[in-house]
Design a protein. Structure first.
Length: 284
C-alpha cells in the first residue's frame, strides 16, 4: 500500500495519476518476453519475471500477462466459457443485487458507462450462476469491473480470469465472498496481530480512540484495494497480486506498509478525524 495524503483520503476509482512509465529498455525486455511467450518465460525464468513485474507491466501487455499468470490456456478458457452466453443472461437469486451494484461501480470513471455496466452485469451474473455456492457479494463488482477495464471489455476472457481468481487454489478469492466471509475474518485477525507486532503504538492509539480497524478493512479487502486508491496505483498492486499468486501475503503487506507510512499522521488524530479519514479511504 502506498502513501496517501496525510490529511485527506486518496482518490478512489479514478484514473487520476499517470500510468507507471516503463523505460525503453524495459519495454524491449517485455516485447522479447511476449515474442517468446509469457507463460513459457514465466516457467523458464520465474525470478526474473517477478522482478520485471515489480518494475511495472506496460499497459499494452498487462492483460496478456495476467492471463498467463492465472494459467488461462485455450483448454481452460473453452471449458469455462462454454456456457457463458446462457449463464450471463439467465436470472438467478443474485441478479437483483447485481442490478443495484453495477451502477455503484467506478461511479467517477466516465468510461464506465451504461453499456459497460451491462457487460459487468453479464460477467457477474454468469459467475453467480456458474458457482452458486458463492453467488454474488458486494466487492466482486469492483474485481470484475477491473478485469473488464484491463481486458478492454472482453467479457468471456474477463469471466474466465474471474473464475480462476475466485476458484483456483493459488488465489482463492471466493473465500472473501462466501457465506460468513471466512477469508476476510482470517485476514482481519492477521492484520490486528501484525499491526500489534510492527506498529504497536498505532494499535494502542486505535484502542484508546475506540477505532475499529475492521470497519474500514472490510472495504479494503472486499474490493482488494480497487475502490480505495487511484487506478494507476491499483494496477501496480494487482500486477503483483495476480502474477505472484500470494494474495494473503501481499494484502497484509500493503496494509502494514500503509500503517507504517501514515503512522505519524494517524497518531495525531482523534476519534472523529480518524474515522473520517479511514472510512473515506475505504468507502464504496
Amino acid at each position: 500500500m502506498a502513501a496517501a495524503p496525510t490529511n485527506a483520503p486518496a482518490p478512489k476509482g479514478t484514473c487520476k495519476g499517470p500510468e507507471h512509465e516503463v523505460s525503453s529498455s524495459e519495454m524491449s525486455k517485455w516485447r522479447e518476453m511476449v515474442d517468446i511467450g509469457i507463460a513459457q518465460y514465466m516457467r523458464a525464468h520465474p525470478d526474473r519475471f517477478h522482478r520485471r513485474v515489480r518494475r511495472g507491466i506496460p499497459p499494452q501487455f498487462r492483460w496478456q500477462v495476467w492471463k498467463a499468470a492465472v494459467r488461462l490456456d485455450d483448454e481452460s478458457f473453452l471449458s469455462q466459457t462454454a456456457d457463458y452466453c446462457k449463464l450471463s443472461t439467465t436470472k438467478n437469486d443474485w441478479t437483483p443485487l447485481i442490478d443495484i451494484d453495477i451502477a455503484r461501480t467506478f461511479p467517477e470513471l466516465k468510461t464506465f458507462d451504461a453499456p459497460q455496466q451491462q457487460r459487468l452485469k453479464r460477467v457477474l451474473n454468469a459467475y453467480a450462476g456458474y458457482n452458486p455456492a458463492v453467488g454474488y457479494c458486494q466487492g466482486m463488482n469492483f474485481v470484475a469491473g477491473l478485469l473488464l477495464l484491463v481486458s478492454e471489455n472482453c467479457e468471456e476472457e474477463s469471466f474466465a480470469v474471474l473464475v480462476r481468481l475466485m476458484d483456483h487454489k493459488d488465489f482463492g478469492l471466493s473465500g472473501f465472498y462466501m457465506e460468513r466471509l471466512p477469508l476476510l475474518r482470517r485476514y482481519l485477525r492477521a492484520c490486528d496481530r501484525l499491526v500489534a507486532e510492527t506498529v504497536p503504538e498505532l494499535r494502542e492509539h486505535f484502542i484508546r480512540e475506540n477505532v475499529q480497524p475492521a470497519v474500514y478493512l472490510h472495504q479494503w479487502f472486499l474490493t482488494l484495494f480497487i475502490n480505495c486508491f487511484p487506478l494507476s496505483m491499483v494496477m501496480i498492486i494487482w500486477d503483483v497480486i495476480v502474477c505472484e499468486a500470494r494474495l494473503g501475503q501481499w494484502c497484509l503487506t500493503f496494509y502494514v506498509m500503509g500503517c507504517q507510512v501514515l503512522k505519524d499522521s494517524l497518531l495525531s488524530m482523534h476519534f472523529e478525524e480518524l474515522n473520517s479519514v479511514l472510512m473515506q479511504i475505504g468507502a464504496p
